[in-house]
Design a protein around this ligand. Sequence first.
Ligand code: GPK
Length: 838
Amino acid sequence: VEGGDHLNRELLYSLLDSYLKNDVVSIQESIVHHVEFTLARSRYKFDNREAYFAAAHSLRDRLIERWNDTQAWLKYKDPKRVYYLSMEFLMGRTFLNALHNLGVIAPYQEALSGLGYEMENVQQAERDAALGNGGLGRLASCFLDSMATLNLPAWGYGIRYEYGMFRQVVSEGFQKEQPDYWLTFGYPWEIERPHVTYPVKFYGHVSVHEEGSDGRQNFVWNAGEEVTAVAYDNPIPGFKTPTCANLRLWAAKPCQEFDLEAFNTGDYVSSIIDKQKAETITSVLYPDDKTFEGKELRLKQQHFMVSATLQDIVRRYKEQHKDFDAFPEKVAMQLNDTHPTLGIPELMRILMDENRLGWTQSWDITTKVFSFTNHTVLPEALEQWPVSLVEKLLPRHMQIIYDINWRFLQELQQNHGISGDKLGNMSIIVDTEYGKMVRMAYLALVASHTVNGVAAMHSKLIKETIFKDFNAIWPEKFQNKTNGVTQRRWLAQCNPPLAKLITDTLGTEAWVTHLDLLQGLREHAEDEEFQQKWAGVKKEAKVKLANMIKDLSGDEVNMEAIFDVQVKRIHEYKRQFMNILSVVLRYDRIKSMSPEERKDVVPRVVIIGGKAAPGYDLAKRIIKLISAVSETVNKDSEVGDLLKVYFVPDYNVSLAEVIIPGSDLNQQISTAGTEASGTSNMKFAMNGSLIIGTMDGANVEIAEEIGEENMFIFGVDAKEVPELREQREYLQVDPQFQHAVNMIKNGHFGWNDYFNPLIDSVTGGRDWYLLANDFNSYLQAQERVDSEWRDKKVWLKKSILSTAGSGKFSSDRTIHEYAEDIWKVEPQPPSPPEGRRE
Ligand code: GPK
């Protein structure tokens, strides 16, 4: 029954036109209200976790107001919208972020403390939403924050995995994976939408029907399995804007129509058990970073996500438009890597089979709405699905992919004069020793109007290497969009003392939305009084990190030491092994010194953290090596305070928020040409941590902004790498490299046999990532670190200049560029109340 006819609109407007109040008493009332009525606990006695959930619910109410207004406003305005499709969103915690973006930290803090709770403790009760692996997933989350802050009409779409990124436990130095069942106590930030559901089909076969007088063929997909996608909305508040964007995550549920046959034959129980299989589609995030896992369930997840998403987008469009003519003027879709590429054949299928558009019009629409981002040139990451699997799981999509490829190859021959091997090299379908495969990156390239890399150097590299042939025919498709990070989370929220110093110095808080303003710090870089304040806030952050290490190890670390950090996924190309080899040498050198000589050693606390993909054997051995070195070094009384090594288990967003502000030095030491961009480099720089690194990814642009002389750059250039690789068998091995390797080999840290495969990977003419070749240059850079640390003024100046030069690396700048150059969408700041009354 529609209630609309009897609505008292005037009454509703007067009740709803004002937002919930944010004075301390109103907030306290709402917290206590949620303790009693949402949690159903005693309002006189609740613990930190209950206080967190109640405060979260009270904040959620405030988010929902803005969410509703924003969405009503967008419906009323009907502007072009952008949809960010990603299999990963690494959100971390939400509480502090939402408080900050809504501008209500102070009243909530006061409200909680008035009730007897410390904000800090309440915050700690929140678990991370870890629905992503690393850089790619975290980038998606930074982008959402910027899209909302810039008032863009944007939604994110992804999967609500029940098990997020595994929890890493390190036991006796070995990584153990534990499930991250993060929804145990409920997730207060999501809004379940039981009525927003779509059927998603799998398997079965396709039949063809001749239809109408023109004899048009109509394809019908008779699916063998069907599940239901249910929407969960996650409000994404912009910073001090009325916009609240949406992240819609899909969960799989059994579909409504049970298999009646099974019921009637009496097999009631097993038919219900069968239906439970539906839920497994969204049960777990694949924890592989940059290695393609050709698992059927993963392909199911990808189709599930894009199918639900496209049905949702098409439904929303059709509510306001009678035909598809305006679709490309109303919709832009960004594919976060190739993971959502099945969205391309799915949109074609929806347009042709379900809406009866012809191929030409459907293709015209499809190629105007999609664009795609590449995040790596590492070949092992490139998705190639067996044709046999795609055919079985998605028979109609496979037909469409064949058709796309056939037309593409025709075009190559007719318009570009391409034939023979070259034609085969560009084909979406390729014959390999494992059978025919679909190259997802090529499908994405053919159907997208734009493809972008994630840093200047990487965008150049994709044109010269993996996508060379495509660049030759479509140079105008290629763009660069250098990554960025949100300074709200990665400076303002995680480092309040530094944020305050910056605001006081610049005389404005405007850097929180206009990060370029940080360059105003440059003129203070050599001001001694300012340097002292800078040292003070760094010290505060270091104390927090030191406390974390104390909790972890029981050790009280030397606060005068350089806090030297490398935190990121463990991967050969990131060269954590090279880092630990230099630590081994440093240890050996200290051991060989006289007590007198040791007085001149610059003390270091080396901190390494990161997860290894569960099936990545060498990466797991690297973790064990770090742990073994740590154990030997840390208990060596001769070395004492001069060198400590810690492996921080379970590195995640929340730990990053403590580790990054507390670091003095950060390591960005990938082999040149392998790290597409890097984003932690930007977070560290913002927080005044100096980079030791190679000319790789965004390091190159960071050097342009903050000055190479303010970083510790070493190693070969990307353009030298291919040639060096060719010759690596014949290169002279650096003696210090050999010495460090020998110490490990000879059992100095125990477990020597276990480390053999690791050693083999960098010796005997292997060493794909050129550790031996860069080692000497790396050691020299480390020497420069030590000598510059000795001069406090020099170091502080560089630290200030790092922050001052990081203005370019705001995701606000990145998203502004995507909006202008790729999506062609415009800001739509909600303007209540007219809009929301519609
Ligand atoms: C790239 F290809 C991938 C991947 O599967 N996962 C991932 O995190 C990273 N990335 C790159 O390695 C980083 O250099 C880059 O900054 C980040 O994506 C975001 O673009």
